[in-house]
Every structure is written in structure tokens, then in C-alpha cells.
Ligand binder design. Structure first.
Ligand SMILES: [Zn+2]
Length: 187
């Protein structure tokens, strides 16, 4: 015997208000190049060009956080980093993070110097080591942008096979190329 099916109105799963999500950054005119680059798989940082400074920083600011110069430009980072610290998150009530637990919230030191909050993906907790070499990856956020627009991508980090912290430091000693000054993003 089959149980009676409940009436359709008993389970209005898709009829409620849209569930808010807390994983979508708000891009403004200043940070637009950063998010456009991330959508193309490139991680941008900001670098001061003032004489005697040259500091690279992240998150992006319009002024150098050390010398307050406005002569600060976008620069493509190597994507290499070393793990500074981490915390495995098992409970997060903010959607959609609750569906992703456990995940590894982390702080990494980019090879160019800035420290960055991010997430480490593809690594078991037992594999994590302070100073371990990481490389940037990009997570596409499903449904964060209307259909037809470029996807919104978030930089996360995964392990870099065969490279220890020393390799990251050696790599970071080389300067990255500056991006062209023109905005190739249009509009
Ligand atoms: Zn500076």
C-alpha cells in the first residue's frame, strides 16, 4: 500500500522569499578591476610607486597604507603564498557557508608580501603546515551574477605539490610585471 501524498501546498519549498547569501562581495568602481581579473584567473594586488616605499598591499586601497601616497597601481601577483595560520570551520549559520562546512578559513602570506584572508581548498586538515607552499585557485560563485555576465570568482588557495616554503620565498624575490595602465575592461 502507498501512503497518500501530501497536498502540494503543504511543502512550499520554492515559494518563500529568496535566501540571502553572504559569500558575494560587492564590487564598486575602485575594486572592479580586481574582480574582473579574478574572473580571468588573475590575482591582483596593489603596489605603491612612491620613492623609497614600494610597498605591496592587500586588501586593495586607493592610498598606500604605509606612506599614504596616492601613486598606487594594480599589479598581478604570482599567486604563490605560504600558509600563515588557519581554522577549520565546522559551524556557520550564514548561507551558503552552512552547506560548505567543514572548510578551512586561512590567512596566507603572498609571495609579494601582503597577508591575505582566504580559504584553503583541497587539503586535509592533517596536511596543513605553517609555511606550506600554496598557489591561488579561483572559485566560481554559482548564481552570483546574472546569466550572460562574466562569472564572479573568489581567490582561494590550494597546496603546491613539490614546493616547500623555500621555493615560495625564492619565487617571491622576483618582481612581478606591472599591468598595463589602460583599463581593458571596457565601459
Ligand atoms: Zn608607499
Amino acid at each position: 500500500m502507498h501512503a497518500n501524498r501530501p497536498p502540494a501546498s503543504a511543502a512550499p519549498r520554492s515559494a518563500g522569499p529568496p535566501v540571502p547569501r553572504f559569500d558575494v562581495p560587492e564590487a564598486d568602481a575602485f575594486t572592479r578591476p580586481y574582480w574582473e581579473a579574478a574572473g580571468r584567473g588573475r590575482l591582483l594586488i596593489r603596489r605603491c610607486r612612491a620613492a623609497g616605499c614600494g610597498l605591496a598591499h592587500h586588501y586593495p586601497r586607493e592610498f598606500c597604507p604605509r606612506c599614504w601616497s596616492e601613486d598606487v597601481v594594480w599589479e598581478e601577483a604570482s599567486g604563490r603564498a605560504a600558509l600563515y595560520t588557519w581554522s577549520v570551520v565546522h559551524v556557520n549559520d550564514l548561507p551558503p557557508f552552512g552547506a560548505r562546512v567543514p572548510y578551512t578559513a586561512a590567512v596566507v602570506d603572498l609571495a609579494e608580501g601582503p597577508r591575505m584572508m582566504t580559504e584553503v581548498v583541497g587539503c586535509e586538515e592533517s596536511e596543513l603546515r605553517i609555511g606550506m607552499a600554496l598557489t591561488v585557485r579561483f572559485r566560481e560563485l554559482d548564481g552570483a551574477r546574472p546569466a550572460g555576465e562574466p562569472p564572479l570568482c573568489i581567490p582561494v588557495f590550494g597546496s603546491l605539490p613539490g614546493a616547500g616554503p623555500e621555493a615560495v620565498r625564492a619565487r617571491g624575490a622576483r618582481s612581478s610585471s606591472l599591468l598595463p595602465q589602460g583599463d581593458d575592461g571596457g565601459s
